[in-house]
Ligand binder design. Structure first.
Ligand code: PLP
Ligand code: TYF
Length: 398
């Protein structure tokens, strides 16, 4: 059966980790994969998370199967994060949430479910988008189109292009939207732009699928939910994939959720029953540990306050790294104006470096970035800012 199997290409981002691990240079820097590290270069174990874990171990909790849709207190907490504490659509029972294996698992559940509902629908993702969006929706059987998004010249959004592309889609097209901290560009829509996008989604009867993997890394938990709340207010049915990998620094625990907003509580019940069917035939039910930890933190006032403060620390450190990088680039005489790095939000910066320049960063300096020029500013450290800025100045000199 396996003799004709071809070697698959490496994931363009996760594959960088292997190359980085094999690099023997002590000064190497990994700005490829989107993982937050502290100023000592470690992936933090949040104190709020550690406390919830200790309580769980101390309680010697049994490990029975979870319900197919996961921990009820987790699913309810996810809805509060997305829609706010007193959301009408939650009160009306129009939203259903299932625990999922990270944001990726949530996207895949949503994709498989949508494919059953409308096999001929297209999916539209931003140009550019997280590499896995295209791969995942194609693997679920969809044709994937792209809508204009990033404008390299202005380091901003090609908003007119985006609206024009959305207006051209057939009704029922699934539109994947980054709710905040766009990956890979770091460039988001503002509130007025979201309002216009929502108008087009409604006029054209498109199906929004919001991906929120960085809630709290932009401005705040509440402000980063603006897009979700705008779509919620539109009355459209839609889906949201949540990830807590970054916001809880729980990458390997695979904590995420899929939320589906429907027209009525009756519709919600029917939808949930079908999503559970998708889950049952894939992995039966989700794992206990990460979901329990997140539910504990979100539902306990003290731990919740602690988590918000730790999330704020991560956000502030990323901002400080952006400021520091821009200053060091200037000080090292880098060509061009890098002010835009300060305006971008979340873990990434679309630096404008070409793939040849990214190759030089790796070969000459041991600095790993994605070939598109995306760098993970959340992995910079005070101690290597100057070295990275010098290297960027060197490879971008004409
Ligand atoms: N969506 C976006 C935009 C992401 O950047 C990521 C990053 O990992 C994911 C989804 C997947 O999240 P997870 O690691 O929880 O599967
Ligand atoms: O974009 C990133 O770097 C993160 C991590 O297949 C990631 O979202 C990258 C690739 C991938 C899964 C996760």
């Amino acid at each position: 059966v396996f003799s004709a199997v071809e070697l698959a290409p490496r994931d363009p981002i996760l594959g960088l980790n292997e190359a980085y691990a094999a690099d023997r240079r002590e000064t190497k820097v990994n700005l490829g994969v989107g993982v937050y590290t502290d100023d000592q270069g470690r992936i933090p174990l949040l104190r709020s998370v550690a406390e919830a874990e200790q309580a769980r171990v101390a309680a010697r909790a049994a490990r029975g199967y979870l319900p197919i849709d996961g921990i009820a207190a987790y699913d309810a907490a996810v809805q509060k994060l997305l829609f706010g504490a007193d959301s009408a659509l939650v009160a009306e029972g129009r939203a259903v949430t299932v625990q999922a294996l990270g944001g990726t698992g949530a996207l895949k559940l949503g994709a498989d479910f949508l494919k059953r509902l409308d096999p001929s629908a297209h999916v539209a993702i931003s140009d550019p988008s997280w590499e896995n969006h295209r791969a995942l929706f194609e693997a679920a059987g969809f044709a994937v189109d792209t809508y204009r998004y990033y404008d390299a010249a202005s380091h901003g959004v090609d908003f007119a292009g985006m609206l024009a592309d959305l207006r051209g889609y057939a009704a029922g097209t699934v539109v994947v939207l980054h709710a905040c901290c766009h990956n890979p560009t770091g460039v988001d829509l503002d509130d007025a732009q979201w309002a216009q996008v929502v108008d087009v989604l409604r006029e054209r009867q498109l199906v929004p699928f919001l991906d929120i993997a960085y809630q709290g890394f932009g401005e705040s938990i509440e402000a980063d939910a603006t897009a979700v709340r705008r779509v919620a207010a539109s009355g459209l049915p839609f889906l949201v994939a949540s990830s807590f990998s970054k916001s809880f620094s729980l990458y390997g625990e695979r904590v995420g959720a899929l939320t589906l907003v429907t027209a009525s509580s009756d519709e919600a019940k029917r939808v949930l029953s079908q999503v559970k069917r998708v889950i049952r035939t894939n992995y039966s039910n989700p794992p206990t540990h990460g979901g329990t930890v997140v539910a504990t933190v979100l539902n306990d006032a003290t731990l919740r306050a602690q988590w918000e403060s730790e999330l704020g620390e991560m956000r502030d450190r990323i901002r400080a790294m952006r400021d520091g990088l821009v200053e060091r680039l200037k000080a090292n005489g880098a060509q061009g104006d890098f002010e835009f790095v300060r305006q971008q939000r979340g873990m990434f910066s679309y630096s404008g470096l070409t793939s040849a320049q990214v190759d030089r960063l790796r070969d000459e300096f041991g600095i790993y970035a994605v070939s598109t020029g995306r760098i993970c500013v959340a992995a910079l450290r005070s101690s290597n800012l100057d070295m990275v800025a010098k290297a960027i100045a060197t490879v971008s000199a004409n």
